[in-house]
Design a protein around this ligand. Sequence first.
Ligand SMILES: NC(=O)c1ccc[n+]([C@@H]2O[C@H](COP(=O)([O-])OP(=O)(O)OC[C@H]3O[C@@H](n4cnc5c(N)ncnc54)[C@H](O)[C@@H]3O)[C@@H](O)[C@H]2O)c1
Length: 366
Amino acid sequence: MSKIIKVNIKDNPYNIYIGTEILNNIDKFHKEYFNHRSKIVIYDKILKNSVYFKKLIEKLGKNINIISIDSGEKSKSQKSLYKLYNSLFSNNVDRNSVIYAFGGGVIGDLAGFAAATYMRGIDYVQVPTTLLSQIDSSVGGKTAINSSFGKNLIGAFYQPKLVLIDINTLDSLPKTQMISGYAEMIKYGLINNKKFFSWLEINGKNIIKKNKKDLEKAIYICCKSKADIVKKDEKEKGQRALLNLGHTFGHAFERLANFRSFSHGEAVSVGMILAFKFSYESNLCKKDDLNKVHNHFNAIKLPSKISHLFKDSVKAEDIINSMKLDKKTINSEIKLILVKGIGDAFISAKINEKKLNVFLKNNGFS
Ligand SMILES: NC(=O)c1ccc[n+]([C@@H]2O[C@H](COP(=O)([O-])OP(=O)(O)OC[C@H]3O[C@@H](n4cnc5c(N)ncnc54)[C@H](O)[C@@H]3O)[C@@H](O)[C@H]2O)c1
């Protein structure tokens, strides 16, 4: 049994399937959606010996090209992308082929961007294997690689033809990665779903412990929320930017750490706390809400301070310069996703840089 969400984007509608029997039936999905078209599996090397990867390959059967990608954020690079294009060319992959992206957000973003650009675009399927990718990056068609100038700065909006979420693939995911994905899960509660945040306050620990029933429910809620937002604003002209709560800070941290040392979810986690604190200090949000969020982050052991990410001190000025490379920044004017409370996020007007500088210095930056 699987749950289905329809992503009703006008010109690019597709379905998300969520369940525990997805990989066992992937041959049927392929037949139904793509018939006899040839398949390319682009996968995270870490999964090579996993039962799920073996299942995927066994089920997809004949006419299949397999391309492995090194694990980690460093693979979202021009070098990996060109290596991937070369593998596609040397395997004679044509426009009628279908790419299966099997891995976390790194594989999904890289394979998705390759699919968007290889021969001006070929079809691809997201088969996410991390909590973060199952609730966020596999849905919505944002594909990208990083540049030395910043995170996800080279990319395309290119929707998958199908998203296949098999919760069992999380069985091998380390706890640190569950916690990292959980940061993006809380985000859905914080931006527009207070009821979900309250549910997570009670059930969050079960999610980290991989309780399948709770996972399925939470993954469904997150994907539905993202599908609803993306349907209204595919190209992030407005409301979709709310999904970036904590990300303007987080992406700046990731860039300053050269995309190493800590995970995306951890960076976003500290970023969300800063967004709540900044909102509170700007008299936008109540102390009670800030405390609730803080307490829940502590209960789940999500990082909430900059010292949790960097050993050495980080200059406020460096963070601000990095934030200026964010895609929401126009004419060097920084904008943030701020909150009026839990479940009530909005896109700010231009942020006063001096105020931001003082704020950062009061929150552990030098
Ligand atoms: N496109 C979007 O809309 C969007 C949204 C949010 C985040 N992102 C991007 O997603 C990326 C982060 O995604 P992520 O957290 O999945 O990172 P990731 O792909 O690097 O995966 C995290 C780690 O888990 C390992 N892994 C993957 N599946 C596993 C499994 N089943 N068992 C054991 N280990 C496994 C990976 O090798 C890696 O070490 C970032 O690059 C971020 O920018 C994109």
